[in-house]
Design a protein around this ligand. Structure first.
Ligand code: FES
Length: 362
């Protein structure tokens, strides 16, 4: 098969973060500061990415503003010709730093929203005062005219606030709202009972998003990620393994998706050991699940195989025990009963379920 070049790259600059969100998709085993790539190595990775064909760079974490060299990294990415999107909680973005980021050409900010008021947001983020600081940062971003997306990770504890979340996105001047219902990878899997929405919340969310999308056309664009445990068909994770995007984690390992390290038989190359071009085109990890030939007959004979590519490899491993299986979210999957069982278990344990907060790496 012909492998196209990647379009987007996610650079997890650090796993450090002042927040402790229980829905975090970072791995449970977080990497500490001492294993992070230095500025020059990241800059070289951005240059290699651009030469490979990447157009968009997502600067992420953890909290990317925890890196003192964030402005230098953004400058390096812009000089490489990449469109730069900063994915941030806003904590650590002072007006002076925002000035500097604007001066080096930061293209876009994606600001997370944990809740619509301080009590809720600070409880979910595990960071007192975080909501107030985030609102101040949103205003600073707006004042500078930097395009803003609000990224609302939604779950059982905040989905009933969706109407207010949409209002806030408009008030804060966001051009786009991501209604991103929690996906269960990394830390989020430890919090399934506390976070999994009810079926009623899920149905109400679909209705509200559709209504708001029609009402706010031309004002606010929506990206909606539904809670996939309630879906009939899986999501097209990463647009297909090794087809459109790649991730580099803080220590330089290059992954086909953010949870790929949960697939134990795959070995991942580091950007410090092998050119990015070779890793993308030739590495066994990137070639492991490219295309659809590896999928079972359930997928290969399905008319949706070109839409969802059999779903998420990491979810197939986590729930069905086989990364090459049909994503068990699919109603045609022979393992679909496992998703139903997870739903039943989460609903049974939901009342009084406490958060397991993400802990800070060293
Ligand atoms: Fe790894 Fe979906 S998160 S393929």
């Amino acid at each position: 098969m012909t492998v196209p070049p990647p379009i987007a790259m996610l650079a997890e600059l650090t796993h450090r973060c002042p927040l402790s969100c229980p829905y975090c998709s970072n791995p449970v085993a977080l990497q500490g500061r001492q294993s992070e790539l230095d500025t020059a190595t990241w800059a070289d990775a951005f240059q290699q990415a651009a030469e490979l064909g990447v157009l968009q760079l997502h600067l992420s974490g953890g909290e990317p503003a925890s890196r003192p060299d964030l402005v230098d990294l953004t400058r390096a990415a812009r000089e490489a010709g990449l469109y730069t999107n900063l994915i941030t909680s806003g904590i650590g973005l002072t007006p002076k730093r925002l000035d500097a980021l604007e001066a080096v050409g930061l293209d876009h900010v994606q600001l997370s929203l944990q809740g619509t008021h301080a009590d809720l947001a600070d409880r979910i983020g595990g960071y007192k005062g975080g909501f107030a600081r985030k609102m101040a940062v949103a205003q600073e971003i707006r004042d500078r005219g930097i395009p803003l997306t609000l990224n609302a990770v939604m779950h059982r504890q905040n989905l009933d606030d969706l109407d207010r979340t949409i209002e806030m996105a408009v008030e804060l001047g966001a051009r786009r709202l991501e209604v991103a219902c929690v996906q269960f990878h990394g830390w989020a899997t430890l919090n399934r009972a506390a976070l999994l929405p009810t079926r009623e919340q899920t149905e109400a969310t679909k209705r509200k998003v559709a209504e708001a999308e029609a009402r706010l056309r031309g004002v606010l664009a929506f990206d909606f990620v539904p809670p996939d445990y309630y879906s009939d068909f899986p999501k097209s994770c990463m647009g297909g393994w090794g087809s459109t995007g790649l991730n580099i984690v803080p220590d330089g390992k290059v992954l086909p998706c953010h949870a790929a390290e949960t697939i134990p038989h795959l070995q991942f190359d580091r950007i410090t050991d092998r050119p990015l071009r070779e890793i993308w085109y030739d590495s066994p990890a990137f070639n492991a699940y490219r295309g659809t030939d590896f999928l079972p007959e359930t997928c290969r004979s399905c008319e949706r195989v070109g839409i969802d590519f059999g779903g998420c490899r990491c979810q197939a491993l986590a729930i069905a025990g086989d990364a090459a299986a049909t994503d068990p979210v699919c109603r045609k999957s022979p393992d679909h009963h496992r998703v139903t069982a997870l739903l039943d278990e989460a609903m049974r344990d939901a009342d009084g379920a406490d958060f397991t907060y993400r802990v800070a790496p060293r």
